[in-house]
Design a protein around this ligand. Structure first.
Ligand code: PAF
Length: 278
């Protein structure tokens, strides 16, 4: 695996690949890689000539300085995982390589920016789009792969791609779950054994809603899922909503695409999860 820490060297290399007619698949990550990331990479490898994984803990998308500081950064273990998984290129820049001082960024993402995650993490999606735009600009990927676990992030990035008319095809890859259902996340590293047990209520509530949604009981299944999560010790619910799968606006039973999304604090760790209901 080739490892680049500067944009210039990465761009030089990718230019040669493009000249040979290779397509490029990008998997943007913040590291602390798990099976979920590796499933994105496997698809990137299958679908493109050159697979590029970026590892960059992007400061502009963190709304809490402690969260940024405590974000796991096991770079040696990540390099070993990527090498074993057959990744072609790792881009691992430092903050100064990605940002000049006092850079400004704003994109009008409409309501999508302020719903759900946006309500709890104001400014988060401006930071995400800022860095993903930069990564797209540097790598110029034909395909970019994102996990369904960050469902709202995928919609936000799709909106940016559409607004700026970027020549990249986005691929959303299904959530990877641990045996008991917990959605894989770099943040799971912070869960104690007890937290992990409590956290299972999130995927259980989502699966329950998927099973019991009959087409005309949306409010009832939502209320029951909320009650189920609220009854779990150690879990503080932030939101549980069944939303329109394309806009994330509150859904009615008539919406053709429905997704249930949840966020909760489990012990000291904030977790999100979702499930496509229809
Ligand atoms: O999903 C993530 O890990 C990050 O939000 C992303 C897309 C790599 C941007 O920093």
């Amino acid at each position: 695996m080739k490892i680049f820490t500067t944009r210039h060297e990465l761009q030089q290399y990718l230019l040669q690949c493009r000249q040979k007619g290779e397509t490029i698949g990008l998997v943007p990550t913040m590291g602390a890689l798990h099976e979920g990331h590796l499933s994105l990479l496997a698809l990137a490898r299958r679908q493109s000539g050159v697979s590029v994984c970026s590892i960059f803990v992007n400061p502009t998308q963190f709304t809490n300085p402690d969260d940024l500081q405590n974000y796991p950064r096991p770079i040696e273990a990540d390099i070993a995982k990527l090498t074993e998984a057959g990744c072609d290129v790792l881009f691992n820049p430092g903050v100064n390589e990605m940002y000049a001082a006092n850079e400004q960024w704003h994109i009008d993402l409409g309501e999508l920016e302020h719903l759900l995650e946006g309500k709890f993490r104001p400014g988060h999606y401006q930071g995400v789009t800022q860095v993903v735009f930069k990564l797209f600009d540097i790598v110029k990927p034909d395909f970019a792969f994102f996990g369904q676990k960050d469902y709202q992030q995928v919609l936000v990035i799709a909106k940016m791609v559409q607004l700026i008319n970027l020549p990249v095809k986005l691929v959303m890859v299904p959530i990877s779950r641990e045996a008991e259902g917990l959605a894989m996340s770099s943040r799971n590293i912070h869960l104690s054994a007890e937290d992990r047990q409590h956290a299972l209520v999130l995927s259980k509530a989502l699966a329950w809603v998927k099973d019991y949604f009959s087409g005309n009981n949306l409010q009832q299944v939502t209320a029951e899922a909320v009650a189920m999560i609220n009854a779990e010790p150690g879990v503080t619910l932030e939101y549980f909503e069944i939303a329109d799968g394309e806009t994330l606006l509150p859904a009615t039973e008539a919406n053709p695409h429905l997704v249930a999304l949840v966020a909760a604090q489990v012990g000291k760790t904030r977790l999100i999860d979702n499930m496509i209901i229809r």
